[in-house]
Design a protein around this ligand. Structure first.
Ligand SMILES: [Cu+2]
Length: 160
């Protein structure tokens, strides 16, 4: 009985470690490249994701009308905007309860293609504005990245 309980506890700890790893995304400046360390990240619904400013100055900002951008997050989801984080190690957290696909960008580097995507749970393709073609109002490089993200993720959620 004790052994079984220990096994459960070990498993829970392993899960917690695994989750911890999956819950962080870095924001980095390397030479003249600006990027989120995970271009596409899958999350369990209810996960709190932490972005960490590893180098340079960056933001994590949802593609949403609240941020003066086209809506590319699920209709019922809450938009977020970290503002620009300038200190190394600065973090921003957001909890993702709503299943779906979320596109976001870095305000200083959007036009340089610093754009990424989160897939939470099992998205409903009908309620996934992120899977549509990128809007022509977005910078060309952001559009290019979004097309690439669609090529990767549309098949994952059962589209074509
Ligand atoms: Cu940036």
């Amino acid at each position: 009985m004790t052994a079984a309980r220990n096994a459960d506890e070990l498993e829970a700890q392993a899960d917690a470690l695994q989750q911890q790893e999956d819950e962080r995304i870095g924001m980095v400046t390397v030479d003249s490249a600006y990027l989120f360390t995970a271009p596409v990240q899958w999350l369990e619904p209810g996960t709190t994701l932490t972005w960490v400013n590893e180098s340079g100055s960056h933001s994590t900002t949802a593609y949403a009308s609240a941020n003066d951008r086209p809506d590319r997050i699920p209709a019922n989801a809450e938009a977020w905007d970290s503002g620009v984080l300038t200190e190394e190690g600065a973090t921003f957290e957001h909890t993702f309860d709503e299943e779906g696909v979320y596109d976001y960008y870095c305000t200083p580097h959007e036009s340089l293609g610093m754009v990424a995507r989160l897939v939470v749970g099992t998205p409903n393709i009908e309620n996934s504005p992120a899977l549509a073609e990128p809007q022509s109002s977005l910078p060309d490089t952001a559009q290019e990245i979004i097309r690439g993200l669609n090529t990767l993720t549309v098949p994952m959620v059962g589209g074509n």
